[in-house]
Design a protein around this ligand. Structure first.
Ligand SMILES: *Cc1c(COP(=O)(O)O)cnc(C)c1O
Length: 228
């Protein structure tokens, strides 16, 4: 077994344990492997091991790696980083799911970037769980307005919410709040049932609080190499 294979198997074991401990079916969880800073060859290795969901947080890396791995069957790219509106077209070309929709201008840009006849793009509204506006995500007060804006965009499909745990708070407490925000979004769009939460350090807590999509990087890929 390679290092990546054994780390992937170990993480999946821990996901299964956390799900069972929370009385949940591990089969209802989507494990996204975050491959940022790693080469496309790692995406190939992961695909050969059965991974089908991969994530990137920078548009350029998303675009280049998705192009380099376009031959891999059944691969789904998730964009999880801060998105610039002038990159909406490239993001839309490369990703099937955008987790980080945090403002109305980005909704407009992603909607306008659709090609004629293209299927709807799955999007999640990213919520800021801190008081620091620099951390990314919509403020909870503005959540319903943003969800309504996504729901009204013809080429976007609102699937749920995404968040990153704050650095200065126990993740379980923050993810409890996220579960409440997710409920508020479901009051706007009942089908928006996804909760994207949980990274290497806190995926067990996220699973306990109802996460459906886990974004796990270094626990599977190993330490990130320095940026080229
Ligand atoms: C890098 C990243 C992750 C994965 O982080 P790890 O701690 O390596 O698991 C998850 N979500 C986002 C938004 C990220 O940027």
């Amino acid at each position: 077994m390679t290092d990546v294979a054994s780390r992937l198997a170990d993480v999946d074991l821990r996901i299964g344990e956390a799900a069972r401990a929370a009385g949940r079916d591990p089969g209802e969880l989507t494990r996204i492997v975050v491959t940022k800073f790693h080469p496309a060859s790692l995406v190939r290795e992961l695909h050969a091991l059965g991974a089908r969901d991969v994530g990137e947080n920078r548009q350029q890396e998303l675009s280049s790696k998705s192009a380099e791995t376009a031959d891999l069957a059944g691969l789904t790219w998730h964009f999880i980083g801060q998105a610039q509106t002038n990159k909406a077209r490239q993001i839309r070309r490369a990703a099937r799911v955008v987790h980080s929709v945090d403002r109305e201008r980005l909704v407009t840009a992603l909607d306008a970037a659709a090609e004629p006849g293209e299927g709807a793009l799955d999007v999640l509204v990213q919520i800021n769980l801190t008081d620091d506006p620099g951390r990314g995500g919509v403020a909870p007060d503005d959540l319903e307005a943003l969800a309504e804006r996504v729901a009204a965009a013809e080429t976007l499909r609102l699937r749920g919410v995404m968040a990153v745990a704050p650095l200065d708070e126990a993740p379980a407490a923050a993810f409890e709040r996220l579960a409440g925000y997710a409920e508020r979004v479901r009051a706007v769009v009942p089908e928006a049932t996804w909760i994207s939460a949980g990274m290497t350090a806190d995926f067990a807590e996220a699973i306990a609080c109802g996460a459906t999509h886990l974004r796990i990087g270094s626990a599977i890929t190993g330490p990130r190499p320095a940026r080229a």
